[in-house]
Design a binder for this molecule. Sequence first.
Ligand code: NAP
Length: 282
Amino acid sequence: MDNVLVKIGSLFFCGNRGEDMNFGLKGRVALVAAASKGLGYAAAIGLAREGARVAICSRTEADIQQAAANIKLDCGEDVLPLICDVTKPDEIKNAVAQTAIHFGNLHIIIPNSGGPAAGTFENLTEEQWSSALDSTLFSTVNMVREALPHMKSAGWGRVVVITSTSARQPIPGLLLSNTIRAGILGLCKTLSQEFAPYGITVNSIAPGSFDTDRLKHLHERNAQAGGITFAEARKQAEQKIPLGRLGRPEELANAVVFLASEAGSYVTGQAWAVDGGQTLGV
Ligand code: NAP
């Protein structure tokens, strides 16, 4: 058979003419954290477009309600908006429970959060260390802990953690991210071994530079520090990316969708860089 480019939902794959490709996401239930904006929102809409039933959470009620309404309008699927501060274990517990009650199950979690504070060793406070650990490492641990019984009872599960290129290639001025994200890779690799017998895969995705509010904030900081304009700071950042541009959030979502799907069933324990070629290590 001839190989052709096949469109599946919002993604393109090379497949055999006439064969029907399917991600196997229809009817799966996903909880996406920190999803009113940015990468979390893009991941949620990507999953919903492939037929997953999606719960999304973040802290600001108006934003999460608006995000859910937008996804529903785009996909026609039921979307559950939840208010949850992922630094608070009780709120994660509640978000997981509400998702399972609303949809009757939970198969996929996408741990994600606001990024840790920028800074160097000598200017970071103990409180910033603690808050970074809560928002990135412990939020992931707590979300996995709450979701695990649901995935185990389904005999199928997917954990796809959003990290950063800093996990593998330290970024100057982002000491907290550089330190803690590397630990999350260790966590994910270990969980992939422990959970494999349950049919649960565990992977992470390391975004490079994506055009979101978080990145705008970092470019503003760099512009101030370097005495240049925001546009110049953004251009400098783009020049460091081999593909020559910032990523579009949906380009990150494509990788999330694959790893969260049945199509990604034989990939576990991996840390995928989605970064336009930014990470230099092999
Ligand atoms: P963003 O556009 O600023 O969006 C952040 C989202 O997280 C919002 O929905 C926000 O809503 C939510 N959020 C923040 N703190 C939260 C908390 N404690 N509990 C629940 N929700 C929370 O950020 P982004 O660019 O999508 O980044 C997401 C993650 O990817 C961050 O950890 C970031 O460091 C990492 N990352 C991003 C890039 C990039 O290029 N964008 C690159 C590498 C890594 P509320 O404020 O209403 O809660």
